[in-house]
Design a protein around this ligand. Structure first.
Ligand SMILES: Cc1ncc(COP(=O)(O)O)c(C=O)c1O
Length: 449
């Protein structure tokens, strides 16, 4: 089926009008917000939703969100992973309510921090852990650690990556060369001085890069999630590990999104052996916190490096990192929410969703596909999965993708802000999944007629 682009634009206009008519309170708040918040939102990308203005949210619980106009949504965005295990899981809510009367920030450790370190050790098989406030910070600190340990400054990333608002990672590969992302404002240092980039699944290019023996670390997601899902080819990660070891480059695995793969993230699922792991977003049930963990060898190098310094200003950490409040939430979340059983439920529901939509794709003989990584599902309006970010960009149809997300939103189902991704929490019910499949069918019938 080839969908007429003018039809997509016409349908999109109708959905935009319907959205505006159905959300007068959100519109009023947005208009008011433009007087005090730049762009009418607290964060620039909040205007990037498929809708003409963002929904303003009243409250959320489990897998549901309610907006200020009183609409209930099944939330398949889940805070773009921040609420992957559901909104306000009772175990986390109770823990933070209790902690709220015992102080938030002592600048001293608590027993919870030790418990969390031990639990992370168990899940990810790395011996030493440190805390940060966001995944961006965890990545920033992990890169600094890698530089200190290797005495090299350059880092390498894969094309299509996103690891937070770090200038040195906001780059892309264009016509064989690296470019800073044109949307990244106020860059102080030309990324050519800090960064090298290669396509995912391109081992030859990676080896050429690493063979220079001047790359401190390769910072990567084990499965790309920020250009839609892009999976590693068979043997890719094994070779990446061998090459990074051979040329003295530390391997940093960012599990912030790929934690959806299982209790120990994609690291456990794909049997990876990184030198450093970073993880943020859902770790404290959506309350800001992040961690990075590293090997015995990296730990020793840091200790040696620190012993040579006569100041405590190491350039990592922050006053609020490891605070008692978010650490309590982290413990409750790891102990009672991010359990093996929760992952089992999420994965089963996600499989159910994929089965449902795939049968519709088949019935209508659509040249579309659905990919799944644990509890993360992505639609592509293309029959094959891309091998890298360049292919992913080439097969994207932005208007159709926007129409898809807005069509779902107008029918009470919230997909993620970027890409056509649905996240499944342990609170997402079979009824929620059935509704998703039903709306998918309605969408297919609309664009197919
Ligand atoms: C893989 C990955 N790492 C890090 C980050 C940064 O997370 P945060 O914005 O919470 O710092 C993101 C954000 O989407 C991400 O997708």
């Amino acid at each position: 089926m080839i969908i007429d682009q003018t039809k997509i634009i016409r349908l999109l206009e109708t959905e935009i009008q319907n959205f505006a008519a159905a959300n007068p309170r959100s519109k009023l708040l947005f208009d008011r917000a433009t007087e005090s918040l730049a762009g009418g939102v607290p964060m620039p990308w909040m205007t990037e939703w498929a809708s003409p203005f963002p929904l303003f949210i009243d409250c959320a619980s489990g897998a549901h969100v309610r907006d200020v106009d009183g609409h209930d949504y099944v939330d398949f965005c889940l805070g773009d992973t921040g609420a992957l295990f559901g909104h306000s899981p009772p175990a986390v809510a109770n823990a933070v309510i209790e902690q709220a009367t015992r102080g938030y920030s002592y600048m001293l450790p608590t027993e919870d921090a030790v418990w969390v370190g031990e639990e992370l050790q168990r899940r990810f098989e790395l011996p030493y852990w440190q805390f940060a406030m966001t995944a961006t910070d965890a990545n920033r600190f992990a890169i600094k650690v890698a530089r200190a340990v290797t005495n090299r400054t350059l880092i390498a990333v894969f094309n299509g990556c996103y690891h937070g608002s770090l200038d040195e990672t906001l780059v892309s590969l264009q016509d064989g060369g690296m470019q800073p992302l044109s949307t990244n404002m106020g860059i102080a240092v030309d990324p050519a001085q800090t960064t090298r980039i290669v396509e995912f699944n391109d081992l030859k290019a990676l080896e050429v890069l690493l063979a220079e023996e001047n790359i401190a670390c390769l910072l990567c997601e084990p499965v790309l999630t920020n250009i839609g899902l892009v999976f590693p080819e068979s043997g890719f990660h094994k070779a990446v590990r061998e090459l990074t070891k051979k040329y003295g480059t530390l391997l940093i695995v960012d599990e912030t999104h790929t934690i959806c793969a299982g209790p120990g993230g994609a690291t456990q699922e794909l049997a990876l052996e990184p030198d450093i792991i970073t993880l943020g977003k859902p770790l404290s049930g959506g309350i800001p916190s992040a961690v990075y963990g590293f090997t015995e060898e990296v730990g020793k190098s840091i200790s040696n490096w620190a012993a040579d310094q006569d100041s405590f200003v190491t350039g990592v950490g922050g006053t609020l990192a490891g605070n008692a409040f978010s650490t309590r939430a982290m413990r409750a979340n790891l102990e009672q929410v991010m359990t093996d059983q929760a992952f089992q439920i999420m994965t089963e529901r996600a499989q159910g969703l994929v089965g449902g939509v795939e049968s519709i794709i088949k019935a209508f003989a659509l040249p579309w596909s659905v990919a799944r990584l644990g509890a993360r599902i992505e639609y592509r309006f293309y029959p094959q999965q891309p091998r890298n970010a360049t292919e992913a960009t080439q097969i994207s149809n932005r208007e159709l993708e926007r129409l898809f997300r807005l069509f779902f939103l107008n029918r009470g189902l919230m997909l993620t802000i970027f890409y056509n991704v649905a996240l499944i929490s342990p609170e997402t019910t079979v009824k929620d999944i059935d509704r998703h499949v039903e709306v998918f069918r309605e969408f297919v019938e609309l664009v197919n007629c």
